[in-house]
Design a protein. Structure first.
Length: 493
């Protein structure tokens, strides 16, 4: 079977499963021309033997490709002497435009990327350590000394542009936690722990840590839904919502669309869960092993269990005032489905109840129905069937989740999605001339040169934030789970 046939098999199987005509353990073909895989998914962690892992990818190639093919360039060209991270980089890694601003989102993501690569390479690279330290210290200067939390946006010299506090606090939390872990410097771990307490006390929505929306500097809720409105969460360029979620459409197509268009339709979300806040919690716990942090992780997992849609098999991202799900489950499959499956696996990896692997498996069963087998990735065509740019990050989430569940949870049926998407990325996103990744691929349309200069850029502060986080997180997680000495943490009582 080719991937088109496998994809049709999966779609049919899922429909039949919804009708109760087949069991919950769906079988799929894991290699062209072979019979359906006999090994069913499991709800525990059991790493594949090394020889099987090595049949599917080379760990050294993975590490070196992310290091020397991507993040080396960011270390060299993006970090200013004062630690400001310049994200607006053109194809040859020069600053484009006049904007010289750092967001807590972008500064945090790029610090995190450098830190993860530093860790993957044995924590010995002095050039990385110097760049990380400067970037982390700049981020610390973005902290609000009076009210706590981190300013949304500052200038390249550190002057404050926007004092709002949004869900992007997550990337200050996550990056500082991992910086503390990688360097052993308590300054960063303590800053992360302090921020954790501010988020817990100011931004939590029900059981969901940090999901309360957007706030003014002194923590007054900004009206306009869970993510607020006004200057602090303005989309600036006009085609991503306040949390940075992007449906995969191009800047041109999404310009002037209302916030959350295509994600929640006409429904107005009141309560939401924030994946990146959960991700940051896991990173902080990995660093601190703090019972205080695990308490919040446990509460969030209980909320996930309570609000999971067991009928359709997914975790809604937002709810109305009565906690009824709003929006279609597949509106943003890279974030809503594939990425959540990865984080649930990571939670179990750190000691959570293995039942959450079962939920992750159900999410992936739905996620693969959104895959575009004719292309080998997520996205590619809009509702009218017209080609639309396929952003880099959803492809990373497919690769990461499919490999994590294949390596750790017996989902050999996901290997075709891993291989097809990885080949698609290698063929269309790597800049083999000047290094780094391109932001999107446009199927069946204009060539990259015909799309204009923007199609070659390596990074941007806005529209959406475009850097190296998703690529690096993909590499870091796969490097971690495929290590010969990999072991999950003990189960929490």
């Amino acid at each position: 079977m080719n991937l088109n046939q496998r994809w049709r098999y999966w779609t049919a199987a899922l429909v039949l499963a919804g009708l109760g005509l087949i069991g919950s353990r769906l079988k799929a073909v894991h290699a062209a021309g072979q019979a359906p895989a006999k090994q069913a998914a499991n709800d525990t962690i059991a790493q594949l033997p090394q020889w099987q892992i090595q049949e599917h990818f080379n760990r050294v190639w993975l590490r070196d490709t992310i290091t020397h093919g991507l993040v080396d360039y960011w270390v060299k060209y993006s970090v200013a002497p004062n630690g400001f991270v310049q994200e607006n980089l053109d194809r040859t890694w020069h600053h484009w435009g006049n904007q010289e601003e750092a967001t807590v989102n972008g500064q945090g993501r790029q610090l995190l990327s450098m830190t993860l690569v530093y860790d993957m390479n044995g924590r010995t690279n002095k050039q990385y350590l110097d760049a990380m330290t400067r970037a982390a210290d700049f981020l610390l200067k973005m902290r609000d000394p009076k009210y706590g939390g981190y300013y949304l946006r500052v200038g390249s010299d550190g002057h404050v542009i926007d004092t709002s506090k949004t869900g992007y606090q997550s990337f200050a939390l996550y990056s500082l936690a991992m910086m503390g872990q990688a360097t052993g410097d308590r300054k960063y771990t303590d800053a992360a722990t302090q921020l954790f307490r501010v988020i817990r006390d100011k931004m939590t929505d029900g059981p969901f840590f940090g999901a309360g929306g957007s706030y003014t500097r002194d923590w007054k809720k900004i009206p306009g839904g869970p993510f607020g409105g006004g200057k602090g969460v303005s989309r600036r360029v006009g085609f991503v919502d306040a949390m940075g979620w992007s449906s995969g459409y191009s800047p041109q197509e999404l310009m002037n669309r209302p916030s959350f268009a295509g994600l929640f339709g006409k429904s107005k979300p009141v309560h939401c869960i924030d994946l990146h806040m959960f991700e940051a919690l896991l990173g902080l716990y990995e660093t601190t092993k703090s019972p205080e942090v695990w308490k919040e992780i446990s509460a969030e997992l209980n909320g996930i269990s309570d609000h999971f849609d067991y009928k359709l098999g997914y975790l809604p991202q937002c709810w109305d005032a009565n906690w009824n799900p709003v929006g279609p489950p597949t509106a943003n499959p890279g974030h809503f489905l594939f990425e959540w499956a990865s984080e649930l696996s990571r939670a179990v990896d750190l000691g959570a109840d293995p039942k959450f692997i079962g939920l992750g498996n159900r999410i992936l069963n739905l996620a693969v129905t959104t895959y575009e087998p004719a292309i080998g990735g997520l996205g590619g065509y809009n509702a009218k069937g017209q080609p639309t740019p396929m952003l880099w990050w959803p492809q990373c989430e497919v690769i990461k989740a499919s490999a994590m569940y294949a390596v750790l949870h017996g989902r050999e049926d996901l290997w075709p999605y891993f291989h097809e998407t990885l080949n698609f990325v290698r063929s269309n996103y790597f800049d083999t001339k000047d290094g780094g990744w391109f932001e999107w691929y446009l199927p069946g349309g204009k060539t990259r040169a015909e799309q204009g200069e923007r199609a070659f850029y390596k990074g941007s502060v806005d529209g959406p934030e475009w850097g190296s986080y998703h690529q690096t997180k993909l590499a870091y997680e796969l490097w971690r789970i495929t290590a010969p000495d990999y072991k999950p943490w003990p189960r929490h009582p």
